[in-house]
Every structure is written in C-alpha cells, then in structure tokens.
Design a binder for this molecule. Structure first.
Ligand SMILES: C[C@@H](O)C(=O)SC[C@H](NC(=O)CC[C@H](N)C(=O)O)C(=O)NCC(=O)O
Ligand code: NI
Length: 146
C-alpha cells in the first residue's frame, strides 16, 4: 500500500490555485472535469514530489471543486497537511510578501502554520535542524492558537 493524495473541497478555483500554486508553490499535474458529476478535480504536487516516469506516484493534493455551491464547515477531526521546506524563514517571508497570514510564526526556527482560502491548515516544517532564532520571527505573535 502507498499514500496517494489528500482531497480537500474548495469553493473558488482561481483563489485556490493562487494560494496553492502562486503562493505555496505547488504545481498542477492533472485536471479532471466531470460534466456528469458537475465537478472539477485538480491534482497538485510539490516541486520536490513531481511524479517522475520512473518513480512511484508522488504524494499529491486533490482539490475538488463542486460546480454547484456548497457550504463546507471544516470537521474538527481534520488537522492539517504538512510540507517540508528548505528555509522556514525565507518561505514565510515569501508567503507574507504575497499577502498570506502566518498564523503560527516560526519562532522556534522550525514550524509555521498558514491557512488556505478555505481554511485548510498547512504546517511548514524546516528540513533538517531547526534554524537559529531570528527576528522578526522570534517576537511575532501567534494569530492561531499554537
Ligand atoms: C479521482 C479520485 O482521486 C477521487 O477522489 S474521485 C472520488 C469522488 N469525487 C467526487 O465525486 C467529487 C465530487 C463530489 N461531489 C465530492 O464533493 O466529493 C467521490 O467519490 N467523492 C466522495 C468523497 O467522499 O470523496
Ligand atoms: Ni481521490
């Protein structure tokens, strides 16, 4: 058995692709439009997870957009998706520069949290050792509850 993807439902394709691709840096690998089911599926991979021909399928996100509007209230049982980053400070700075709120700043040089337009929580974890404490991150307040 191997992990394939995590599916989240989104309410706006353009807003979602702006967050997931332009801001978070994921790349669209496949899209399925279902006229009969009245939905669109968009598969996204992280640059480090690009499905290569010879490699196993990459762990993906699957965005589901239902053409008929629905209300989605995030189940308390869902937590977050986590991505490993090469530089947690540079990643958070780039996200902030693009208007993303860092709900849990990387005060510890290791972990940060942001949210998608549909309030899906993403954990960003520093690859390898934690980075040394650095301003402004060390003194930034949480907007989340972490
Ligand atoms: C392609 C494969 O990875 C799928 O996940 S298809 C699963 C299928 N999805 C849909 O029908 C999308 C539209 C539907 N209205 C929805 O919002 O899910 C499905 O069986 N979905 C049900 C589910 O609980 O995921
Ligand atoms: Ni699926």
């Amino acid at each position: 058995m191997r992990y394939l993807h995590t599916m989240v439902r989104v309410t706006d394709v353009d807003q979602s692709l702006d967050f997931y691709c332009n801001k978070l840096g994921l790349m669209e690998t496949r899209r399925i439009e279902s006229e009969q089911g009245r939905f669109t599926l968009i598969f996204l991979a992280a640059p480090g997870d690009q499905p290569g021909a010879a490699e196993k399928a990459a762990p993906l996100m699957e965005l589901t957009y239902n053409w008929d509007p629905e209300e989605y209230s995030g189940g308390r049982n869902f937590g977050h998706l986590a991505y490993e980053v090469d530089d947690i400070y540079a990643t958070c700075q780039a996200l902030m520069d693009k208007g993303v709120t860092i709900n849990r700043p990387p005060r510890d040089g290791r972990m940060a949290f942001v949210k998608s337009p549909d309030n899906i929580s993403f954990e960003l974890l520093q690859k390898g050792e934690s980075k040394a404490p650095a301003e402004p991150w060390s003194s930034m307040p949480n907007t989340g509850t972490w």
